[in-house]
Design a protein around this ligand. Structure first.
Ligand code: ADP
Ligand code: ZN
Length: 746
């Protein structure tokens, strides 16, 4: 790494090395996954503060790191390496450093893995790149004697002030040498300026919609909370009740106090329409932070957040690790979304960590949802527990819009024809919408053509060589694809197992197969498939949503991508093709997740004055999830789920953690499992289940075993696990992942 010297802009800090070393030591966490803090010798002079960003040697490399505080004295000085430079950046805020430490402690992730998420943009630690611009000298000579080309340059710069050479060349139609010669002759002055454009400040003088009484009541509570320390709110409002308008009021109040605001959204696909609304309301676009942002964009955003210039940041869960200078409000929109749980590397739930950060920063946090998570419902005291979040209720849709009517279609009474998936009542309803010039959404949360392909002769199933799972047929792409590891193969018509010819059959529908049926049944309708295979970038989703709003599509066939956040004024029918789909699998949250997804997708219907209908096709019409949806008893459903969790002593009535062992070699995995089993601790109030083979016992080429630890709420589950695994020696090829509060049980 050659960059490190620029970080402090000079050699002065390097001078201390090798000569007199200061005696101070510092505890520093390098931004490198899987390491924890190390002691280093402080550079000469005033020691860097907690939160300072420094460059330190680690192995053969120089890496950025964060100063946590003074070091210990266990390691003799001469064995310590020294900090090589200190970044010319304000140290991270104390509350943020506390957050990094507390989060590591909670998730049991190594500090370095979290520091790596914080310092994810090494270039942001360097001064911004400089750019040469040209302007006219203060004393302008008579320029009528200049050549025509030179006159054009002069005229241009008289208008605009200063510009970089390529812009002048383009706008004045001159070559680069004209500009260089003019500069040499003193006809132009050159200057070095930072290339980053300034961040525009949001405007506070634009009035939002006139709030309804409910909205105003909620907004007033939030406004009053701004600037008054930590507080947490559950903004619970049906889809279309104007939650966004309400939290915009809180954003405005925080802006008025010169604070920064962080808004977390579950998916980038959502940000296009959201950004448009924000821009209308505040006159400028928010600063964005997500994985699709280029490196330069990320560097600029990181710096702007750190300087405090980026006032409103909207982003995916990783925005939680930005170095805000004065955070005054956090909003987590669609707080129930499982996309907030990160399942790889550092395993964490962004909503829960956002609450932690708000508490440490001492600012309010708003969790918004039409279908609150069971945890937030519980935390807002709705089941008689102590109230941790204040609930703000928006019970009605704004405008004339009413909630959609939800109708169940019992597939046992009115099944579709063989080989078809849409039952007669749903077909009729779609036809009626087509006749009326209104739009329909057919929802099926399954990508591709068919989830399973098998041989009609011997029953052999097409499975992934790297995983314990079916290969999904994708006919549009002409491929078979594993949805777990991404493995692809060419489809074959004859069986690999028994050699049968033309014997392979597709089983069950995916959205592509549904599209086939739509084409057959409604040949004149214009339809479009919305899934992560057909709409892959934020730009593409913007184009897609615009075409729907412009009325270019009659029938949308969509996966969960269609369930969220979008507002289609002319959509009046939602058909849930397989309402039973999410109930299988039997994990802790299957019913809750299914319910939320179907509520959300039903909420897409009838958002404006025309009433909407949602129809759900099910073979389990008496299932509690269906009865709750059909009778509109959301609160009763949540209460019964909470009661079920209590009866089973599951979270939030207990604490849960999963330990996942994985290894490329089955034998090694067995050895590791045995070692872990042999040293199983016995603690009062702690149950340990496993190790046993994971439901997906082979995934991405690795064998897997799982342990579930359940503890009473009074037990510090992290300490229990730490004391256990610290004493187990695992073979180096075996990885152990710890998932506190697991959401996935695969
Ligand atoms: P939610 O986030 O609760 O689903 P939104 O904030 O998206 O609801 O609001 C739904 C629609 O109603 C949006 O088009 C929004 O602009 C509009 N809206 C919200 N509040 C008002 C209001 N007070 N007056 C008029 N329109 C409103
Ligand atoms: Zn696979």
């Amino acid at each position: 790494m050659a960059d490190h010297r620029n970080i402090d802009g000079g050699k002065d800090n390097m001078a201390g090395q090798g000569s007199l070393l200061s005696n101070a030591t510092l505890q520093i966490v390098p931004a490198v996954p899987l390491v924890n803090g190390f002691d280093y010798l402080a550079p000469p002079g005033d020691p860097p503060r907690r939160g300072s960003i420094v460059m330190v040697p680690l192995g053969q490399r120089l890496v950025p790191g964060i100063v946590l505080g003074p070091g210990g004295d266990e390691v003799p000085y001469h064995k310590l390496k020294a900090v090589t430079s200190v970044a010319r950046l304000a140290p991270l805020e104390p509350a943020f450093v506390d957050f990094i430490e507390k989060m590591a402690n909670w998730t049991m992730a190594p500090l370095g893995s979290i520091a790596k998420m914080v310092l994810s943009q090494p270039k942001a630690l360097l001064p911004p790149p400089l750019q040469t611009v040209y302007r006219l000298p203060d004393l302008l000579e008579d320029h009528t004697k200049l050549t025509k080309a030179r006159q054009r340059v002069t005229a241009l710069l008289q208008d605009v002030g200063s510009l970089p050479s390529p812009d002048i060349q383009k706008l004045a139609g001159v070559s680069g040498s004209v500009i260089t010669t003019m500069a040499q002759q003193g006809l132009l002055h050159s200057e070095q300026i930072a290339a980053d454009p300034p961040v525009m400040l949001p405007r506070l003088d634009i009035d939002g919609a006139e709030l309804t009484e409910d909205q105003e009541a909620a907004a007033a509570v939030l406004r009053a909370a701004i600037g008054n320390g930590y507080s947490a709110f559950l903004l619970d409002g049906v889809t279309g009740s104007g939650k966004t308008e309400v939290y915009f009021e809180a954003v405005r109040a925080a802006l008025a106090r010169n604070q920064q605001i962080l808004i977390l959204l579950p998916e980038i696909a959502l940000t296009a329409s959201w950004r448009e609304r924000f821009t209308l309301r505040f006159g400028v676009a928010p600063t964005e932070w997500h994985s699709d942002l280029g490196e330069a964009g990320k560097r600029r955003a990181w710096r702007a957040v750190q300087r405090g210039d980026a006032r409103v940041v909207v982003g995916a869960r990783s925005a939680l690790f930005l170095p805000f200078a004065s955070l005054g409000l956090i909003v987590v929109d669609e707080e129930h979304e499982h996309a907030f749980k990160q399942e790889d590397q550092v395993i964490y739930h962004a909503r829960d960590m956002a609450v932690l950060r708000a508490r440490l920063e001492g600012c309010p946090i708003v969790l918004a949802s039409a279908t609150p998570s069971l945890e937030s419902w519980f935390n807002s005291g709705m089941t008689g527990e102590p109230q941790r979040y204040q609930r703000l209720l928006l019970a009605h849709r704004v405008k004339a819009a009413t909630m959609p009517e939800i109708i169940g279609i019992d597939l046992r009474a009115t099944p579709p024809e063989r080989g078809r998936w849409l039952a007669p009542p749903l077909v009729e309803a779609v036809q009626a919408r087509l006749d009326a010039g209104e739009q329909s959404l057919l929802f099926l949360n399954r990508r591709g053509y068919a989830p399973l392909t098998l041989c009609g002769l011997c029953g052999d199933q097409v499975t992934c060589p790297n995983c314990d799972s079916w290969m999904v047929a994708h006919r549009l792409k002409g491929r078979m694809r594993c949805h777990h590891c991404g493995h692809e193969a060419r489809p074959t018509t004859h069986c690999q197992s028994c050699g049968g010819e033309d014997s392979m059959r597709a089983c069950g529908p995916g959205v592509e197969r549904l599209a086939e049926e739509v084409l057959l049944r409604f040949p004149d309708a214009r339809f479009a498939v919305l899934s992560s295979d057909t709409v892959t970038t934020p730009q593409a989703s913007e184009v897609f949503f615009k075409s729907v709003i412009d009325g270019e599509v009659d029938i949308i066939i969509g996966t969960q991508m269609a369930a969220k956040g979008h507002h289609f004024p002319n959509l009046t029918l939602v058909g849930i093709v397989d309402a039973d789909l999410g109930l299988a699998g039997g994990d802790l949250r299957a019913a809750e997740r299914s319910f939320q997804m179907m509520m959300q997708v039903a909420g897409r219907a009838g958002r404006e004055s025309r009433p909407g209908v949602a129809m759900l096709q099910t073979t389990q019409i008496a299932n509690p999830v269906m009865t709750a949806l059909l009778s509109g008893q959301r609160d009763a459903f949540l209460d019964s789920e909470v009661a079920a969790r209590q009866a089973a002593a599951m979270p939030p009535f207990s604490r849960l953690a999963a330990l996942i062992l994985s290894a490329p070699d089955e034998q090694r995995l067995h050895e590791a499992s045995r070692a872990l089993a042999l040293s199983k601790p016995h603690f009062e109030g702690v149950d340990i289940f496993g190790p046993t083979a994971a439901p997906l016992s082979f995934l991405r080429g690795k064998y897997r075993a799982r342990v579930l630890v359940r503890a009473k709420k009074t037990v510090d589950i992290q300490t229990v696990i730490r004391s256990w695994v610290e004493n187990v020696k695992l073979p180096s090829s075996v990885r152990l992942h710890i998932d506190i509060d697991p959401y996935s049980f695969l």
